[in-house]
Design a protein around this ligand. Structure first.
Ligand SMILES: Nc1ncnc2c1ncn2[C@@H]1O[C@H](COP(=O)(O)OP(=O)(O)OP(=O)(O)O)[C@@H](O)[C@H]1O
Ligand SMILES: CC(C)(CO)[C@@H](O)C(=O)NCCC(=O)O
Ligand SMILES: [K+]
Length: 259
């Protein structure tokens, strides 16, 4: 069994997991904090790694994707301290992605977007639309030839609700859950409906527009914490995979080790 450590450093959560034979054996989420909070994040990662090491003594390798450069090095260091594993890091040009990145500045594309696309391509046929709903909602397109060709970056569900309640005097923070009614009957429901049905409709609309360019057979795959609530509201048929990014990291790891 080829066990590996997989880590996804996002702007809201750091997800630490273990995979073997393409399956996710374990995943823990730790809140991402910066500034003074950075040390607490690193300390929580360290605690988690100690626990993981007890349950999974086998892994000798690992791979990490980060969209928070301030944390990347520190996380790699604690991984090495606790487990002795030297992480492969997305962005290292020795890695074999197995996917061409056809955009203006390929080095500027978020590593989560690339890992997601590779995870999708390992399971579905091209062309593909990959939607990752986290701090941002990203829409990523892989064309018929299997090339990453770009996409969209949109404020995430939580991010846009937070912006709204902080900017509008009469609006407060509301729980991030689906409202009972499409047509909201109170302020809270109106905000919840707006953000969730709005996100689903936006995604449906973007799918139509992208399919008009890439072909009507383009498969849609959704991932990210908020997708769990949004994908059932979409009118188009969409696939949902909670661990798409981890699957992409696993493919990159295996691909890079083989060559
Ligand atoms: N397995 C889960 N069960 C319940 N809620 C979840 C689960 N995974 C994620 N969530 C919820 O969805 C939110 C968004 O999750 P996700 O990790 O995809 O994005 P994020 O961490 O906000 O973004 P980023 O990837 O940019 O850090 C989480 O903060 C959490 O509230
Ligand atoms: C868009 C986010 C924040 C989503 O996590 C991340 O992928 C990122 O910081 N990207 C860098 C810019 C880009 O992808 O073009
Ligand atoms: K920033």
């Amino acid at each position: 069994m080829n066990q590996i450590l997989v880590i996804d450093i996002g702007n809201t959560n750091v997800v630490v997991g273990v995979m073997a034979d393409g399956q996710v054996l374990h995943a823990t989420r730790i809140a991402t904090a910066l500034g003074e909070g950075k040390f607490e994040t690193i300390a929580s990662v360290k605690t988690e790694l100690r626990e993981l090491r007890k349950e999974h003594p086998e892994f000798r390798g690992g791979i990490l994707s980060s969209v928070v450069p301030e944390l990347t090095q520190a996380v790699c260091e604690v991984v090495f301290q606790v487990t002795g594993v030297e992480m492969m890091v997305m962005g290292d040009n020795r890695l074999k992605l197995g996917m061409e990145i056809c955009v203006e500045h390929s080095e500027q594309v978020g590593h989560d977007r690339i890992a997601d696309a590779i995870g999708a391509m390992s399971q579905f046929s091209c062309p593909l639309i990959i939607v990752d709903m986290g701090t941002a909602t990203t829409v990523n397109v892989v064309d018929r030839e299997g090339r990453f060709v770009g996409g969209m970056i949109i404020p995430g569900v939580r991010t846009s609700l937070d912006a709204l309640s902080s900017r509008a005097s009469q609006l407060r923070e509301v729980p991030l859950k689906l409202p009972e009614h499409l047509i909201g009957r109170n302020t809270t429901e109106c905000m919840q409906s707006g953000v969730f049905y709005g996100a689903a409709s936006m995604i449906d609309g973007l799918i139509d527009r992208i399919r008009a360019q890439q072909g009507s057979d383009t498969t849609v795959v959704m991932t990210g914490g908020h997708a769990r609530l949004v994908y059932p509201l979409c009118r188009h048929k969409v696939e949902y995979d909670e661990y798409l990014l981890f699957r992409g990291l696993y493919c990159i790891y295996i691909n890079s080790m083989q060559s």
